[in-house]
Write a protein of this length. Structure first.
Length: 150
């Protein structure tokens, strides 16, 4: 998950997991540290998925908004962002409980979901939305891959 010098986890990979009848999804075992974890889960405003952030990443978003967003837009962003976030902790089996509203917003239904790493956070997608995103973003991905020397 993370190196010994960096306590922040690195979320990578894509996993097909199940959303059960109680709207619970399992966090991949590689991403679990065994310590008490807490995530901040919200409908991503830029993509049709849910985003889960550890506490330190969640705090940094608020700090960035306060530091970088002009005052006339800042408070509206902060108000909407914090209002849409649900604080969740995995149960003993490593499952997160997703609200019914969040499931609707992200198009999640009982059955398969995609849990994907995104560096310092992870995302939960419906398989259909994940496939559309992957296809639509391929040219941009390849362009950036060239820029970074892959």
């Amino acid at each position: 998950m993370a190196t010994s010098s960096d306590p922040r986890p690195i979320f990578s990979g894509e996993y097909r997991h199940a959303l059960d009848e109680k709207n619970r999804v399992t966090i991949p075992s590689r991403w679990r540290s065994g310590e008490k974890e807490e995530y901040f889960l919200f409908q991503n405003p830029l993509r049709p998925c849910l985003t889960a952030m550890p506490l330190d990443v969640f705090k940094s978003v608020g700090e960035e908004a306060k530091a970088r967003v002009e005052p006339s837009k800042r408070q509206d962003f902060i108000r909407k962002f914090y209002a849409r976030v649900v604080q969740v902790a995995p149960d003993k089996q490593g499952r997160l409980l997703i609200t019914e509203e969040q499931c609707k917003q992200a198009g999640l239904r009982v059955g398969d979901v995609m849990v994907t790493g995104a560096s310092d956070r992870f995302e939960i997608w419906s398989p259909a939305n994940w496939n559309k995103f992957q296809q639509a973003d391929q040219a941009s991905f390849e362009e950036v891959a060239k820029e970074v020397g892959l």
